[in-house]
Ligand binder design. Structure first.
Ligand SMILES: Cc1cc2nc3c(=O)[nH]c(=O)nc-3n(C[C@H](O)[C@H](O)[C@H](O)COP(=O)(O)O)c2cc1C
Length: 342
């Protein structure tokens, strides 16, 4: 250690000291390294595997090791399972290239196994012959800053997600506000209210599931009023609808249900609806089959419900709708791609 503070190494001139302190320089330098709150080590480049020859108190406090446990070891003992190998490679390359101010931020571990982010700065100490004889390094714990950055990034992502979901819900609202029709203002308000309630129910189910998707059978049950529950059969393997599909599909089921009660099979006490679904490799297929109705005829003009359903499935979800009108009731086949459901 004497050589480090005593000799005139390359770049080792005191940055600002009066001549009067020079005789004490060696002592002062040691005291400064020892007392600074910045963790520091010096390792000996001339010994095999570059062992630590000096570690200050702050380094021991940061890492939880005693002096005996660190002196003589290469600093890599601070690395652990989640240390990024590319960060270690950056140190390796920097040392090999003789970089003067090598700085790498990497994950290190204390003696008790807890991890911390280490802003590591390494400088070579070079003798008159131009040989690297020591390395001097400081280790700054930047865990708090990294955590704050991480939280900020997560927050930004969350805000973007909330924005995205709100825009999707508003697009649905816009579609039915534009399309809804009724003879009276009260009728119009009811139609809008029922559709908004559908979105709210789907939103609630999503919230209960932590926004990780909703079981299709649950969504269908939520859109099936109590009094017609016995007339609606569901058949399909359990499938979690991806989050972006939940509100649009809830609205589609609401439209079909409303249509069946007003104009289709559920007008008739013996009428039924069967809903089947099949998960295909890229898409979800939902079949809505009404039976038991009499004299169902294909409408001459697409009503509000049909246009809205088509708009949601084709434009918003990029899917396809097929209609058929046997006299016993309408059959609808909806195919919705899953990859648009990010
Ligand atoms: C003076 C000095 C201090 C170092 N301090 C650390 C450190 O705090 N944390 C760390 O992960 N690596 C540190 N290293 C890097 C490792 O000692 C080693 O150089 C690195 O793991 C790449 O070499 P390797 O492939 O032989 O492991 C330090 C290196 C030197 C020369």
């Amino acid at each position: 250690m004497d050589a480090v503070v005593g000799a005139a190494f390359k770049g080792d001139a005191p940055a600002a000291s009066q001549a009067v302190v020079l005789p004490d320089r060696r002592e002062l330098a040691l005291v400064a390294v020892e007392r600074t709150r910045m963790p520091m080590v010096v390792s000996d480049a001339r010994q095999p595997d570059c062992p630590i020859v000096l570690a200050n108190r702050a380094f021991l406090a940061l890492t939880g090791y005693s002096a005996e446990e660190v002196i003589g070891r290469n600093c890599r003992f601070l690395q652990g399972p989640d240390t990024d190998p590319s960060d270690v490679e950056a140190i390796r390359q920097g040392l090999r290239a003789g970089t003067e101010d090598l700085e790498v931020e990497l994950l290190n571990y204390r003696k008790d196994g807890s991890a911390f982010w280490n802003q590591l700065a390494i400088s070579p100490v070079i003798d008159e012959m131009g040989e690297v004889i020591y390395y001097f390094a400081s280790q700054k714990d930047v865990t708090a800053r990294r955590r704050a950055e991480q939280m900020e990034a997560t927050e930004r992502l969350l805000l973007r997600e909330v924005d995205h979901r709100a825009m999707n819900a508003l697009a649905l609202v816009q579609s039915f506000v534009n399309l809804s029709k009724a003879d009276t203002a009260t009728g119009y308000a009811t139609a809008i209210r029922e559709r908004v309630e559908t979105l709210a129910r789907a939103h609630r189910l999503l919230g209960e599931a932590g926004w990780s998707g909703v079981d299709l059978a649950c969504l269908l049950a939520a859109e099936t009023p109590e009094e017609i529950r016995e007339c609606v059969g569901a058949n399909g393997t359990p499938i979690q609808l991806p989050t972006p599909l939940v509100q649009p599909i809830a609205l589609v089921l609401h439209e079909l249900m409303t249509n069946a009660r007003r104009h289709g099979s559920l007008r008739d006490p013996s009428g039924t609806v069967g809903v089947e679904w099949v998960l295909q490799s890229q898409s979800l297929l939902i079949r809505w089959r009404e039976t038991g109705a009499h004299d169902v005829a294909e409408p001459t003009q697409a009503g509000v419900g049909i246009r809205m359903l088509e708009g949601v499935v084709t434009r918003q979800l990029g899917g396809a709708v097929k209609w058929s009108w046997p006299s016993s009731g309408v059959c609808v086949e909806l195919e919705v791609p899953l990859e648009t459901a990010e």
